[in-house]
Design a protein around this ligand. Structure first.
Ligand code: GAP
Length: 442
């Protein structure tokens, strides 16, 4: 387990996916930065989710609400009370902290020391607005993006003239003062969420819950995640989030075991009715046809961008013993292949001159790179042998490598190598953009 995670973490750094934050100062807690490939992959995940929600479903609209909100929001939503807290124990000897439910016995799992009585820690990240750091200026970084959606439920409904059922989708940062962040980017204090709130008639909430649960499980499969590594688990009442009447966790089989990547929640009217109570504003929906006035019930789907990115990375990671590119050196080594879905792959195509000491090949390859750059996230790579460059591309998950060779100059074509099959075909320069578009988007 540790071995596989160590390899993933090392690859993520080596290839520019994920770096530890503030590294020259020794890092900072569980903070990570996303490098050139990581940021592209994150964008691709968010784009795939956005298209899925906004384009592939009817009656779903987007929103981008502020991170800082009136602190009364968090009072009403129940996040400032015991509901949104972890129960922790601390080892009296080594002072490591653990979530209570992670401890099986009465001793510290690390050093065997005695552990303290459990204590509650609220997870909200506190901050101050304005120049004075007093009680009146306390506010919080949002712990879930969906509260911004509830704040705008009526604004969206009225401005878009929507009838129930409809959905509001949002992607954005969320913050939690996690006491035990762990497993690389799996549990961090700052992360991004992609959340849908689906407002429906209370009578229809079970039907919609099942609908969205299926849709969300399918999404991972469409993006290439292996079915054997995915499962959906209904969460028993005592373990549910404080707002959930029903909760299904979509879990991925990480190297350390099963872990939640997405939650599907029936939040009932928890949020709208509590916000109505605390704000004094009637947030009920009025159905003109039936003359009925009611709080819509909410089905929520909530996925972490970084957590799903980690799952996609792990799922696509393969080692090929003996080498796949068959260069003399490589045959003895283990080669790494990142078989990411083409939609998620950060770099779509890499352009390689066969050798770099022939100026006319380099010139032609740079022309090809220039031609492709406006259409695809592309790389140009001329350093080291062609076999090594293919390996670098495979490790970075690049679906297609284009090699400009001696024939290219006479025939105005080049070879296109497929990452997964390693098959090569010659493509005419004039057709290149279209062929790649078909392959990548088809
Ligand atoms: N609005 C509902 C909600 O926030 P959640 O189960 O607490 O539900 C949803 O979080 C998703 O957000 C999780 O499935 C996970 O992917 C992501 N997430 C939650 N806490 C996280 C953390 N500390 N680090 C990274 N991702 C996190």
């Amino acid at each position: 387990m540790k071995d596989k995670m160590a390899k993933i973490i090392s690859l993520a750094k080596r290839r520019g996916f994920i770096f530890p934050s503030s590294e020259i100062y020794g890092g900072f807690g569980s903070s990570y930065d996303f490098g050139p490939l990581g940021v592209e992959m994150k964008r691709n995940i968010k784009q795939a989710w956005w298209i899925e929600m906004i384009k592939n479903h009817e009656n779903v609209f987007g929103l981008d609400a502020a991170i800082l909100m009136n602190p009364k929001v968090w009072q009403a939503s129940g996040h400032l009370t015991a509901g949104f807290a972890d129960t922790l124990v601390e080892c009296k000897a080594c002072h490591k902290r653990f979530k209570k439910d992670e401890i099986t016995g009465k001793c510290c799992p690390e050093c065997g020391g005695e552990i303290t009585e459990p204590r509650k820690f609220n997870l909200m990240m506190k901050t101050f607005t304005g120049p004075l750091e007093d009680e009146a200026s306390i506010t919080y970084l949002r712990a879930e993006t969906c509260q911004g959606i509830y704040m705008n439920f009526e604004n969206v409904q009225k401005s878009m003239r929507l009838k129930i059922p409809f959905g509001v989708a949002q992607i954005g940062k969320a913050f939690r003062n996690e006491i035990t962040p762990k497993n690389f980017i799996f549990r961090t204090r700052e992360f991004e969420q992609m959340e849908l709130q689906w407002f429906c008639h209370p009578r229809e909430v079970d039907k919609w819950f099942d609908f969205w649960k299926k849709e969300r499980i399918n999404w991972y499969g469409v993006l290439g995640m292996q079915q054997k590594n995915l499962r959906a688990i209904e969460v028993p009442a005592k373990e549910r989030a404080h707002y959930a009447q029903k909760q299904v966790d979509i879990e991925y089989h990480f190297p350390w075991g099963w872990g939640e990547i997405e939650g599907v929640h029936n939040r009932g009217d928890w949020d709208l009715s509590n916000h109505a109570k605390h704000s004094g504003k009637d947030l009920r929906y009025f159905d003109e046809e039936t003359q009925e006035k009611y709080y819509p019930h909410v089905v929520e789907t909530s996925v972490g961008v970084e957590r799903s990115l980690l799952a996609f990375l792990i799922d696509s990671y393969q080692e090929v013993k003996g080498g796949r590119t068959k260069t003399t050196k490589a045959t003895k080594e283990v080669e790494v292949l990142l078989k990411l879905d083409k939609k998620l792959a950060p770099i779509k195509v890499v352009v390689l001159p066969l050798v770099r000491n022939k100026p006319y090949l380099v010139k032609k390859a740079k022309e090809v790179y220039k031609l492709l750059k406006p259409h695809f996230v592309s790389l140009y790579d001329e350093v080291s042998s062609i076999g090594r460059r293919y390996r670098r591309a495979d490790e970075s998950g690049v679906p297609y490598a284009l090699t400009v060779d001696f024939e290219s100059l006479e025939k105005e074509d080049l070879t296109l190598r497929d990452r997964d099959t390693m098959e090569q075909e010659r493509i005419a320069m004039k057709d290149l953009v279209k062929v790649l578009k078909d392959k990548l988007e088809g």
